[in-house]
Design a protein around this ligand. Structure first.
Ligand SMILES: O=C(O)CCC(=O)C(=O)O
Length: 135
């Protein structure tokens, strides 16, 4: 799957480097990309990404409208969680103790997609994952 062997895998690997370790993430090899499209009213409820057998980080790329992103804890859907805005071009990485944190998208801000991002409206999110599965 060329998409996952070119810039996306390389960028995902670089983004998963913890501060101070220039080689962390060098061998990050996502084998799956999940693409979600959000229109102006779309939401995604709090959930954990538990289908993968690998503990490797999930790398999430946002394109288009900004969204409110809720990032919680690995134990419960309720607090504590943090709300932050993800804008077009943002990469969000969750790995290590946060790999199974509940997360979701409670809101999209229509009309915030920057010119030239390739989307006139709505939001696309691409999450890169290492499934740990054969074939
Ligand atoms: O759209 C997002 O930023 C989150 C996507 C997500 O949670 C998922 O694909 O599991």
């Amino acid at each position: 799957m060329p998409f996952l062997t070119g810039w996306s895998a390389s960028a995902a690997g670089r983004s998963s480097r913890p501060t101070g370790d220039p080689h962390a993430g060098d061998d990050y090899t996502p084998d799956t990309a999940l693409v979600n499209h959000y229109d102006a009213t779309a939401r995604m409820g709090l959930h954990q990404d538990k289908d993968e057998r690998s503990p490797a980080p999930v790398v999430s790329l946002s394109i288009g409208d900004t969204c409110r992103f809720r990032f919680g804890n690995p134990v419960t859907r309720s607090q504590p969680y943090q709300d932050l805005d993800l804008a077009s071009g943002d990469l969000f990485v969750f790995g290590g103790p946060a790999r199974l944190a509940y997360h979701g998208v409670p809101k999209v801000y229509p009309g915030t997609a920057p010119a030239g991002c390739g989307l006139e409206s709505g939001r696309i999110n691409i999450t890169l994952r290492v499934t740990g599965l054969d074939g």
